[in-house]
Design a protein around this ligand. Sequence first.
Ligand code: G16
Length: 542
Amino acid sequence: MLHRVPTQPRPGQKPGTSGLRKKTREFTQEGYLENFVQSIFNGIGGIQGKVLVLGGDGRFFNSEAVQIILKMAAASGAANLIVGCDGLLSTPAASHLIRLHGADGGLILSASHNPGGIDGDFGVKFNTDNGGPAPEPVTEAIYSATQTIEEYLIVDAPDLDLSATGTLYLAGTTVTVVDPVKDYAMLMEQLFDFKSIRAFLERGFTLSFDAMHAVTGPYAREILVNRLGASETALLNATPLPDFGGGHPDPNPVWAHDLVAAMMAPDAPDFGAASDGDGDRNMILGRGTYVTPSDSLAVIAANAHLAPGYAKGLSGVARSMPSSSALDRVAAAKGLECFATPTGWKYFGNLLDAGRVSLCGEESAGTGSDHIREKDGLWAVLMWLNILAARDMSVSEIMTSHWRRFGRNYYSRHDYEEVDAEAAALLIDDLRSRLDALAGAEIGPLTVRSAEDFSYADPVDGSVTTHQGIQIAFSEGARLVLRLSGTGTAGATLRVYLEQFTPGPDGLDHDPQDALADVIAVCDALTNLKARLGRTRPDVIT
Ligand code: G16
């Protein structure tokens, strides 16, 4: 039976960098999820007769939310919902399924790398028919629907059993329950040289993959263990848990410190990697070596042709503006077009769809290609394994040879989390108002070459996105970027991105924080941020 449930707009249902993320306690309030989901349906012009993909990263409330969304989609007349078994789908797998089935879009339940559990975060993302995150006009339409919503539709039916693959029916809607891993694993097998990676592992190359108790556990088991022959002991924290085992499923040296510590030991495996809550982020390590996401992107750009799916070469490359310009150096050497976009994977969508780029990535541990329209954690791991197998080198040898050839972009991000939102906004506004006066200024050891409030004109559709971060470049090869995060759920997070280029051949082996000392000091002098935010040091340094 169909119910029309009267409701009222909930404040703050504005999608951020990547969907709507809120505290789980807010999302689980009666009608909160329903309001947002109905607003998605309304914002995209209804879902009558449409095909949608649905799944999430398994965090607390995933199962309940999947059942609610299925009943709402049936009430709104969807033709077919393609759902991962047990309601599970990694973000990359969901993107692939949308494209594979020619679906009209998909709902992905995840707050990505944010912690889960009743005291953690929950989120809902909507992806469009290209498999990618909804672009801004769509998220704006959804947001405006949240402000005028008066009712939501839901059918009254028992929960569906999603524990096995097969076809189910709910009111007039077909629900296809699919294996969340199979199609994705097949896609990976088409892109990478599994035979040579397998042989490389058989020759004794060892690895460790930390799934952080998030969604990639089953994917890693199928691909790394079953298809590539890695040992089961190569998998760490491979069982998805609703609260990620109490951890913070963000693959960086702070939150994946156990893996990083193990990789720095003399008896470490040859290769280490981790992925995040919903499987789209990655961290790459070698024995004694941490590879920054920006460097990883540059190394992939330089070597992607070694993987069969990329043997023809890349059409162009893109990075988010705050990511280091290591990628630009590879692009220049290879004669590839290189774009700098605002933070948010959605900004790569048009470039990928238009064939202008086939590789893109971000400093926030996201790397991907035109195989789907999301960043892809395991894809990056397999790309690295393919490169290592083809070149028969260690991670540290790859990095050293890369820096010798292209120079090294020392890079770090300092995050000040849950700071007072007003103080953080004022800090950015103040800096913005001083930008014109900064050009040419000498601040300590550095001279400002350019200072801008980053805005982006999409080269494909011409749309302009403004206020995407303060970017200050210095004549000495340093760069400083400040912006506010769009994925937090409490207060504000100020991100400070720091970069210093060293051409080599000397000076390629410094500790990044030492190499960045000048630009760190200049940032403090320019912004007085610690005093203004009442902090003595960053909460997270990656
Ligand atoms: C999302 C976006 C990324 C972005 C990241 C951090 O990733 O898809 O493009 O770089 O958030 O964004 P912010 O700096 O605004 O917090 P994910 O993995 O959280 O979906």
